[in-house]
Design a protein around this ligand. Structure first.
Ligand code: HEC
Length: 219
Protein backbone atom coordinates (compact mmCIF):
# COMPACT_ATOMS: atom_id res chain seq x y z
CA UNK A 1 0.00 0.00 0.00
CA UNK A 2 2.84 2.32 0.93
CA UNK A 3 4.61 1.49 -2.31
CA UNK A 4 1.47 2.28 -4.29
CA UNK A 5 1.15 5.63 -2.53
CA UNK A 6 4.77 6.47 -3.30
CA UNK A 7 4.29 5.54 -6.95
CA UNK A 8 1.19 7.70 -7.25
CA UNK A 9 2.99 10.66 -5.66
CA UNK A 10 5.97 10.18 -7.98
CA UNK A 11 3.71 9.97 -11.03
CA UNK A 12 1.90 13.14 -10.00
CA UNK A 13 5.22 14.89 -9.39
CA UNK A 14 6.40 13.80 -12.82
CA UNK A 15 3.27 15.19 -14.42
CA UNK A 16 3.61 18.50 -12.59
CA UNK A 17 7.26 18.74 -13.68
CA UNK A 18 6.38 17.93 -17.30
CA UNK A 19 3.63 20.57 -17.22
CA UNK A 20 6.08 23.09 -15.73
CA UNK A 21 8.62 22.41 -18.49
CA UNK A 22 5.96 22.82 -21.19
CA UNK A 23 4.56 25.96 -19.57
CA UNK A 24 8.00 27.52 -19.15
CA UNK A 25 8.34 27.59 -22.94
CA UNK A 26 11.83 26.16 -22.74
CA UNK A 27 11.08 23.72 -25.58
CA UNK A 28 12.15 25.30 -28.86
CA UNK A 29 9.52 24.73 -31.58
CA UNK A 30 11.48 26.62 -34.25
CA UNK A 31 12.08 24.77 -37.51
CA UNK A 32 15.66 26.09 -37.49
CA UNK A 33 16.46 24.38 -34.20
CA UNK A 34 17.05 20.67 -34.97
CA UNK A 35 15.88 17.92 -32.60
CA UNK A 36 18.45 16.30 -30.34
CA UNK A 37 19.77 13.31 -32.22
CA UNK A 38 18.12 10.90 -29.77
CA UNK A 39 14.74 12.61 -30.24
CA UNK A 40 15.25 12.58 -33.99
CA UNK A 41 15.99 8.88 -34.00
CA UNK A 42 12.93 8.06 -31.92
CA UNK A 43 10.70 10.13 -34.22
CA UNK A 44 12.29 8.55 -37.28
CA UNK A 45 11.64 5.00 -36.04
CA UNK A 46 8.07 5.96 -35.08
CA UNK A 47 7.51 7.40 -38.58
CA UNK A 48 9.02 4.42 -40.37
CA UNK A 49 7.07 1.87 -38.33
CA UNK A 50 3.81 3.76 -38.60
CA UNK A 51 4.12 3.89 -42.38
CA UNK A 52 5.42 0.33 -42.81
CA UNK A 53 2.59 -1.19 -40.77
CA UNK A 54 -0.10 0.77 -42.60
CA UNK A 55 1.36 0.21 -46.07
CA UNK A 56 1.82 -3.52 -45.61
CA UNK A 57 -1.55 -4.48 -47.15
CA UNK A 58 -1.55 -1.99 -50.00
CA UNK A 59 -1.72 -3.64 -53.41
CA UNK A 60 0.64 -2.01 -55.86
CA UNK A 61 -0.70 -1.70 -59.43
CA UNK A 62 1.43 -2.06 -62.56
CA UNK A 63 3.77 0.90 -62.20
CA UNK A 64 5.33 0.40 -65.63
CA UNK A 65 2.10 1.54 -67.30
CA UNK A 66 3.13 4.38 -69.63
CA UNK A 67 -0.12 6.30 -69.23
CA UNK A 68 0.12 6.16 -65.45
CA UNK A 69 3.71 7.44 -65.55
CA UNK A 70 2.68 10.17 -67.98
CA UNK A 71 -0.04 11.49 -65.68
CA UNK A 72 2.33 11.28 -62.73
CA UNK A 73 4.96 13.39 -64.48
CA UNK A 74 2.61 16.34 -64.90
CA UNK A 75 1.28 16.16 -61.37
CA UNK A 76 4.70 15.74 -59.81
CA UNK A 77 6.03 18.70 -61.69
CA UNK A 78 3.03 20.80 -60.68
CA UNK A 79 2.76 19.90 -57.04
CA UNK A 80 5.89 18.36 -55.60
CA UNK A 81 8.91 20.14 -57.05
CA UNK A 82 8.85 23.13 -54.68
CA UNK A 83 9.62 20.81 -51.79
CA UNK A 84 11.17 17.68 -53.32
CA UNK A 85 12.92 19.30 -56.29
CA UNK A 86 13.59 17.51 -59.58
CA UNK A 87 16.52 16.78 -61.89
CA UNK A 88 16.08 20.27 -63.35
CA UNK A 89 15.21 22.27 -60.22
CA UNK A 90 17.52 23.92 -57.72
CA UNK A 91 16.81 24.32 -54.01
CA UNK A 92 13.78 26.42 -53.09
CA UNK A 93 12.81 28.34 -49.99
CA UNK A 94 10.53 25.49 -48.95
CA UNK A 95 13.06 22.74 -49.60
CA UNK A 96 15.60 24.60 -47.48
CA UNK A 97 13.34 26.00 -44.78
CA UNK A 98 11.19 23.02 -43.84
CA UNK A 99 12.11 20.78 -40.94
CA UNK A 100 12.28 17.88 -41.38
CA UNK A 101 13.82 18.66 -44.78
CA UNK A 102 11.76 17.16 -47.61
CA UNK A 103 13.71 14.26 -49.13
CA UNK A 104 15.11 15.17 -52.57
CA UNK A 105 13.59 13.64 -55.72
CA UNK A 106 16.43 11.14 -56.04
CA UNK A 107 15.69 9.88 -52.52
CA UNK A 108 11.98 9.59 -53.38
CA UNK A 109 12.97 7.28 -56.22
CA UNK A 110 14.27 4.82 -53.62
CA UNK A 111 11.08 4.71 -51.58
CA UNK A 112 9.06 1.51 -51.46
CA UNK A 113 6.04 2.08 -53.77
CA UNK A 114 3.37 1.01 -51.26
CA UNK A 115 4.91 3.22 -48.58
CA UNK A 116 5.29 6.14 -50.98
CA UNK A 117 1.61 5.76 -51.88
CA UNK A 118 0.58 5.71 -48.22
CA UNK A 119 2.60 8.83 -47.42
CA UNK A 120 1.29 10.57 -50.50
CA UNK A 121 -2.29 9.78 -49.58
CA UNK A 122 -2.14 10.53 -45.86
CA UNK A 123 0.72 12.99 -45.52
CA UNK A 124 2.91 13.17 -42.42
CA UNK A 125 1.88 15.12 -39.35
CA UNK A 126 3.81 18.23 -38.39
CA UNK A 127 6.23 17.89 -41.28
CA UNK A 128 4.87 19.92 -44.17
CA UNK A 129 4.06 16.78 -46.21
CA UNK A 130 0.40 17.24 -47.16
CA UNK A 131 -2.26 14.50 -47.30
CA UNK A 132 -2.89 14.58 -51.06
CA UNK A 133 -5.55 11.90 -50.68
CA UNK A 134 -7.89 14.56 -49.32
CA UNK A 135 -8.21 16.02 -52.78
CA UNK A 136 -6.81 13.48 -55.23
CA UNK A 137 -8.13 10.21 -56.47
CA UNK A 138 -5.93 7.14 -55.88
CA UNK A 139 -5.09 6.71 -59.55
CA UNK A 140 -3.39 10.10 -59.67
CA UNK A 141 -1.43 9.26 -56.55
CA UNK A 142 -0.33 5.99 -58.14
CA UNK A 143 0.67 7.97 -61.23
CA UNK A 144 3.11 9.98 -59.17
CA UNK A 145 4.41 6.86 -57.44
CA UNK A 146 4.95 5.31 -60.88
CA UNK A 147 6.75 8.42 -62.06
CA UNK A 148 8.94 8.51 -58.95
CA UNK A 149 10.01 4.93 -59.68
CA UNK A 150 11.64 6.29 -62.83
CA UNK A 151 13.78 8.75 -60.86
CA UNK A 152 16.92 6.69 -60.27
CA UNK A 153 19.41 7.82 -62.88
CA UNK A 154 16.99 10.26 -64.52
CA UNK A 155 18.64 13.21 -66.24
CA UNK A 156 17.23 16.74 -66.42
CA UNK A 157 16.55 16.23 -70.14
CA UNK A 158 14.67 12.99 -69.53
CA UNK A 159 12.72 14.62 -66.74
CA UNK A 160 11.56 17.57 -68.79
CA UNK A 161 10.75 15.30 -71.75
CA UNK A 162 8.46 13.25 -69.49
CA UNK A 163 6.80 16.35 -68.10
CA UNK A 164 6.26 17.79 -71.59
CA UNK A 165 4.79 14.49 -72.76
CA UNK A 166 2.21 14.83 -69.99
CA UNK A 167 0.71 17.99 -71.52
CA UNK A 168 2.95 20.11 -69.35
CA UNK A 169 1.36 20.82 -66.04
CA UNK A 170 -1.58 18.70 -65.09
CA UNK A 171 -4.11 21.47 -64.53
CA UNK A 172 -5.70 20.08 -61.46
CA UNK A 173 -5.73 16.46 -62.57
CA UNK A 174 -6.26 15.63 -58.95
CA UNK A 175 -9.94 16.31 -58.41
CA UNK A 176 -11.55 13.35 -56.81
CA UNK A 177 -14.62 13.81 -58.97
CA UNK A 178 -13.07 13.95 -62.43
CA UNK A 179 -14.46 11.47 -64.89
CA UNK A 180 -12.75 9.33 -67.48
CA UNK A 181 -9.25 9.99 -66.29
CA UNK A 182 -8.99 13.14 -68.38
CA UNK A 183 -6.55 15.34 -66.52
CA UNK A 184 -8.35 18.39 -67.85
CA UNK A 185 -11.81 17.32 -66.82
CA UNK A 186 -13.37 19.63 -64.32
CA UNK A 187 -10.95 22.35 -65.24
CA UNK A 188 -13.54 25.04 -65.68
CA UNK A 189 -15.33 27.63 -63.66
CA UNK A 190 -18.45 25.51 -63.46
CA UNK A 191 -16.73 23.12 -61.13
CA UNK A 192 -16.69 24.97 -57.85
CA UNK A 193 -15.12 21.97 -56.15
CA UNK A 194 -12.16 22.10 -58.46
CA UNK A 195 -8.73 21.12 -57.33
CA UNK A 196 -6.97 23.53 -55.07
CA UNK A 197 -3.71 22.98 -56.93
CA UNK A 198 -4.14 25.74 -59.45
CA UNK A 199 -2.54 27.81 -60.70
CA UNK A 200 0.00 25.14 -61.36
CA UNK A 201 2.52 27.42 -62.99
CA UNK A 202 3.40 28.83 -59.60
CA UNK A 203 3.36 26.21 -56.85
CA UNK A 204 3.97 28.98 -54.32
CA UNK A 205 0.79 30.77 -55.29
CA UNK A 206 -2.22 30.83 -53.00
CA UNK A 207 -3.95 27.54 -53.86
CA UNK A 208 -7.48 28.83 -54.30
CA UNK A 209 -6.32 31.81 -56.27
CA UNK A 210 -8.73 33.89 -54.23
CA UNK A 211 -6.37 35.39 -51.74
CA UNK A 212 -3.59 36.21 -54.11
CA UNK A 213 -1.36 38.79 -52.62
CA UNK A 214 0.30 41.04 -55.12
CA UNK A 215 3.26 41.77 -52.98
CA UNK A 216 5.64 40.92 -55.79
CA UNK A 217 7.36 38.35 -53.58
CA UNK A 218 10.06 40.77 -52.42
CA UNK A 219 12.57 39.85 -49.79
C1 HEC B 1 5.28 21.69 -48.63
C2 HEC B 1 6.31 20.74 -48.90
C3 HEC B 1 5.95 19.43 -49.53
C4 HEC B 1 5.23 19.21 -50.66
C5 HEC B 1 4.55 20.24 -51.56
C6 HEC B 1 5.26 17.79 -50.90
N1 HEC B 1 5.98 17.18 -49.91
FE1 HEC B 1 6.41 15.19 -49.80
N2 HEC B 1 7.34 15.47 -48.03
C7 HEC B 1 7.58 16.71 -47.44
C8 HEC B 1 8.34 16.50 -46.23
C9 HEC B 1 8.80 17.60 -45.29
C10 HEC B 1 8.56 15.14 -46.10
C11 HEC B 1 9.34 14.42 -44.99
C12 HEC B 1 8.44 14.16 -43.83
C13 HEC B 1 9.16 13.43 -42.70
O1 HEC B 1 10.28 12.96 -42.90
O2 HEC B 1 8.57 13.31 -41.64
C14 HEC B 1 7.91 14.51 -47.25
C15 HEC B 1 7.90 13.14 -47.49
C16 HEC B 1 7.47 12.56 -48.66
C17 HEC B 1 7.57 11.17 -48.98
C18 HEC B 1 8.11 10.08 -48.06
C19 HEC B 1 9.54 9.83 -48.39
C20 HEC B 1 10.17 8.75 -47.53
O3 HEC B 1 11.33 8.43 -47.78
O4 HEC B 1 9.53 8.26 -46.61
C21 HEC B 1 7.06 11.00 -50.22
C22 HEC B 1 6.95 9.70 -51.01
C23 HEC B 1 6.65 12.30 -50.69
N3 HEC B 1 6.90 13.23 -49.72
C24 HEC B 1 6.13 12.54 -51.94
C25 HEC B 1 5.58 13.76 -52.33
C26 HEC B 1 4.91 13.99 -53.59
C27 HEC B 1 4.79 12.97 -54.71
C28 HEC B 1 4.47 15.26 -53.57
C29 HEC B 1 3.63 15.99 -54.60
C30 HEC B 1 2.30 15.50 -54.78
C31 HEC B 1 4.89 15.87 -52.31
N4 HEC B 1 5.55 14.92 -51.59
C32 HEC B 1 4.67 17.17 -51.98
C33 HEC B 1 7.17 17.93 -47.92
C34 HEC B 1 6.41 18.14 -49.05
Amino acid sequence: MKLLKTLVVLALLGMVMAAAVIWSGVYHVGADDPHWSATYRVLEVARQRSIAVRAADIEVPDLSDAELIRSGAGNYSAMCVTCHLSPDAAETELSIGLYPRPPRWDALGQTDPAEAFWVLKHGIKASGMPAWGKSMDDRYLWGMVAFMQQFPGMTAAQYSAQVSASDGHSHGGGETDVGGGDPHAGHDGANAERSSFEPVDDPMATPSGEEHSDDGHDH
